[in-house]
Design a protein around this ligand. Structure first.
Ligand code: ATP
Ligand code: MG
Ligand code: MG
Ligand code: MG
Length: 565
């Protein structure tokens, strides 16, 4: 690519509206331009990077046996009614009408559409397992779009869906295969990442993992044991607002009524130890109940609340039972493994007096009847609970927890039969019996990865792309191309030679002054810069500098080619 014929438009000033490094640098480098809240135009430069990420994702998905397809962005209400998600998905689902007053949504994810495709295409166990994927634009009407493409409303997601005859097959030939593919994808992209249980690990953690790029600016808090493999998303945002699907944080405050019990009172009533730290908050109605996820003697994970009539005693319940009682999407309970028993602690007398429930994800308790202001600082609960777990004992009993911040770039999830059952999707098993296939779903935030990579790779001059994501791996800079034909010709020859050697190279023949040209190249983060100048030509060398190196070196042609190929 000749940059004189490309569209590059960088900015000197740091844009005031951007808070984090990736957003600032993407705007400064001219990779994206904001069209409206959460909506971004990808410039030719930005698109090159996005396509590089997509290419790695596609290669590894194909290598893992997944098959690419594409589903519509606009999907009919009827389809989403089949699973109840037309309502349950909540305000993130953008609903639209056509000229005939038919209702549609702009797809935020495609479980319904792929299950519909599958039920028409596949009839026999012999066709399983199968894994369909697509790389398409998704829309979520995020409550707080921010950080540019990091949390956009329209974004590019790779989503894959696998279908299996048994739970074992789902884990072995679906989930685990995707997990391994994700490790390869993020490794190839040159990112420092970590897979964590999406569920704080208490229940069914093995059936849902998120992949996080580690970065200070990450919206998620990750807790990991210093002495074992335990790693989990603390899911603070979820805990404060139990799914934007269910009740936004604002409503939590609205339902507050005067409190009659203290934390200690409720702990005594439930017969559980008082939490040392307060880590999650959920809303509760007057005749709600307390749902505790229990491991051993400890309530280790979020208490979830809803109206579960007729439950007045402690008893064991399955996740499916609870979901049915709640009439909610299972995701509302947090991602969990199929059919793992969880203990429901139901006590109307406690529930009736509780306004809020708080609790700890580390060993400790979740407590009802908490008074804002007295038991919790009023202004910013998220900030308050973000700092509490480091040093707490790890829930697996091994060592203490450390904390890191992460950006969720991928998610693997063993869904089970929730969608195939709801949508009447069956295949014939080897005995000729109709069975609902078990499903897995696997997402990657392709456009978010671009921003996440910058969070990890930048300096005061700009972006430092990992090789696999760079818009070009190398750039040949020509000093004064119009003024010196010999220099221009040598640069042109080197540019061709690099291209022939398979190095994705740009030729900076824009004729800018060296200072401006180099500033641009550093800002847009090209990993290898070669300068062709009159002085170098006379000495038979090129000036070479890696984006990550402090100093430039003078290299002859052969050494240079060897370095780059
Ligand atoms: P988050 O917790 O950040 O809201 P999510 O858990 O809602 O993400 P998933 O439903 O797991 O997202 O979707 C798969 C992937 O899509 C996520 O892992 C993330 O990388 C990406 N993604 C989700 N929401 C957005 C968004 N608003 N902007 C950009 N990427 C997103
Ligand atoms: Mg989300
Ligand atoms: Mg998430
Ligand atoms: Mg997720």
């Amino acid at each position: 690519m000749r940059l004189s014929q490309f569209h590059l438009r960088t900015e000197k000033e740091t844009p005031a509206e951007a808070e984090i490094a990736s957003h600032k640098l993407m705007l400064k480098a001219g990779m994206v331009r904001r069209l409206a809240a959460g909506l971004y135009t990808w410039s030719p430069l930005g698109l090159r990077v996005l396509r590089k990420v997509e290419a790695v994702v596609r290669e590894e998905m194909d290598a893992a046996g997944a098959i690419e397809m594409a589903m519509p962005s606009v999907q009919p209400r009827e389809l989403w009614e089949e699973t109840g998600r037309w309502q349950k998905f909540g305000p993130q689902l953008l609903k639209i009408r056509d000229r005939k007053e038919q209702e549609y949504c702009f797809t935020p994810t495609a479980e319904e559409a792929v299950t519909d495709f599958f039920r028409h295409e596949c009839a026999s166990y012999r066709q399983l397992p199968v894994n369909f994927y697509q790389v398409t634009t998704k829309f979520r009407d995020e409550i707080r779009p921010r950080f540019g493409v990091m949390r956009a409303r329209e974004f590019v997601m790779k989503d894959a869906y696998s279908f299996h005859v048994s739970d074992e097959d789902l884990i072995q030939r679906g989930y685990n295969v995707m997990y391994a593919a994700y490790e390869r994808i993020f490794t190839r992209l040159g990112l420092a990442f970590r897979a964590v249980a999406a569920d704080t690990g208490a229940i069914g953690g093995s059936a849902s993992h998120e992949f996080h790029v580690l970065a200070e600016s990450g919206e998620d808090a990750l807790a990991f044991s210093q002495s074992s493999a335990y790693a989990a998303n603390v899911e603070l945002a979820e805990a404060v607002s139990p799914g934007e699907r269910a009740a936004p944080a604002e409503t939590l405050r609205e339902v507050a009524t005067p409190v009659q019990k203290t934390c200690e009172d409720v702990a005594a009533l439930l017969g559980i130890p008082l939490a040392r730290t307060v880590k999650s908050v959920a809303a509760m109605g007057a005749d709600g109940f307390v749902l505790a996820l229990v491991r051993g003697d400890h309530v280790v994970n979020e208490i979830k609340l809803s109206k579960l009539p007729g439950m007045a005693e402690y008893r064991l319940a399955t996740e499916a039972e609870i979901v049915e009682h709640l009439g909610c999407e299972p995701g509302f309970l947090g991602p969990r493994g199929p059919r793992r028993p969880i203990r429901v602690v139901a006590d109307r007398s406690v529930a009736a007096m509780a306004d809020f429930v708080v609790g700890a994800n580390a060993p400790g308790a979740h407590l009802a009847g908490v008074n804002w202001g007295r038991d919790l600082p009023e202004p910013d609960v998220v900030a308050d609970i973000r700092n509490v777990v480091a040093g707490d004992p790890s829930p697996d009993g091994q060592g203490v927890l450390g904390l890191a911040r992460g950006i969720e770039v991928g998610h693997v999830f063993a869904l089970g039969r929730r969608y195939s059952e709801a949508m009447g999707c069956t295949v014939l098993d080897e005995h000729g019996k109709a069975v609902h296939p078990a499903m897995g779903c696997y997402g990657i935030g392709v456009s978010r990865i671009v921003a996440a990579a910058i969070e990890q790779n930048h300096d005061e001059s700009g972006i430092r792309w990992p090789e696999a994501m760079a818009p070009w791996r190398a750039v040949v800079c020509v000093i004064n191309p119009k003024g010196n034909a010999e220099v221009a010709a040598a640069a042109e020859a080197l540019y061709r030679e690099l291209a022939e050697a398979g190095v994705d190279t740009a030729l900076d023949d824009r004729g800018l002054r060296p200072g401006s040209m180099f500033a641009d190249i550093e800002l847009i983060g090209i990993p290898h810069r070669i300068v062709v100048s009159e002085r170098g030509l006379a000495a038979g060398t090129f000036e070479y500098r890696a984006r990550t190196a402090a100093e430039a070196e003078q290299l002859d042609r052969a050494t240079l080619l060897e370095r780059l190929s």
